[in-house]
Design a protein around this ligand. Sequence first.
Ligand code: TYD
Ligand code: MG
Length: 453
Amino acid sequence: MASTKSKTVYFCSNCGNEYSKWMGRCPACGEWNTMVEKEVVTGKRPAAVSVPGAGHKPMPLKEVSTTAEDRVSLGSAEVDRLLGGGIVKGSLVLMGGEPGIGKSTLSLQLPLGRPELKTLYVTGEESVKQVKMRADRLGGDASNCLIYSETDMTAILEEAEKVAPDLLIVDSVQTMYCPSVDSTAGSVSQIKEVAATLLRFAKGSGIPVILIGHITKEGTIAGPKILEHIVDVVLQFEGENRGAYRVLRSIKNRFGSTSELAVFEMTGKGLREVENPSEMLIPMHGEGLSGTAICAMLDGNRPFLFEVQALVSSAVYGTAQRSATGFDVRRLNMLLAVLERRAGFKLGQKDVFLNMAGGLRITDPACDLAVICAVLSSNFDYSIPADVCFAGEVGLSGEIRPVSQAARRAVEAARLGFKKIFVSSYTHFDTKPDGIEVVKVADIPALVRALFK
Ligand code: TYD
Ligand code: MG
């Protein structure tokens, strides 16, 4: 056996990169003061992660057989859809999110709702009793769900091999440890090793594994990048802890599309799927409030509508404040600059606050138009009619640009009872959407004329 030695290495606690010497700033992610010192054992090389069915010789690509991946339904239509039609056998899925957002709840709810699957639920955070109490609260059929309170990966894999479940759930990566790695649970090297061990297990046994991971305040899964590289799928929980709504987003998927999202509502009996998110994201207050505009947006493949809220008020202190929840504040600043330079609205001395309904984080550029309209609506104290919605990107010269799949957005808006949708003049529709008036605007002055006339 190779002799073992130990050496000191430095990990960046933000991105997980490893260096041989300490540095003030991580060259990989650019963060300051994130280096942590770690003693690692060398000479013992962990077995490499290999993919089953991997050819040992190069072979012509056209000869590789492409039978569809074997998928297992998890019983939740929304989670299945996020995964691309069920969890792929032998895959490792990371479910991340802030503490208290509902990771343990959802991962326990899945097997309780689908007793056909023999599930091994390993918890390193709660006692068996606590899990039982939660299961009672959630209801469902617990007859085929085994609970195992353990943090030692060797013992867990031994049991998992014996039990041979249809699904293995490990809650959470931060509490597990591999005895072969000489550092405490939750450290970067342990997290790396735990995930790699589970990946090896999943690939070798064909058992799908759901691994839960906490996210640090900065929104990164501790040792984030390393974990994202290792696992097959990353599902991330988002949402305000105060609010009842939770968004589960797929940010990486080796077996399906990303940027899909599912919305859940936290109830007294666990998480409830919200099949039609538009309904919760559109306000009930009807007309009469200024500072709100509805955006017809597309997330992944699904169009839905939600409310953008803005508050514009005179700056109390010398410099105006700009704050955005769920929207990139730099993009907000850019849009305000465009309003000022291209349309003559003086917002320099105004505080601007922006909020996306339901705690959603929006990246779809089609939201620009609704942001601008919400800001102008608040600034003029003019309420936009409740049956009007927007989908358009705003360029630096104040032009309104077309967005992808405008027709699908319009159809969804019409289905929800909207009467008018504002889009770019350059939008092309193959077929004119029924039941909704399409207002085409070329730039911000044209938009203002059409909307605030
Ligand atoms: P939890 O799932 O333990 O979060 P995580 O594993 O992500 O840390 O807890 C979610 C929160 O939801 C917790 O504060 C309690 C609450 N909750 C409900 O409101 N209803 C329920 O049925 C359950 C089980 C939890
Ligand atoms: Mg938990």
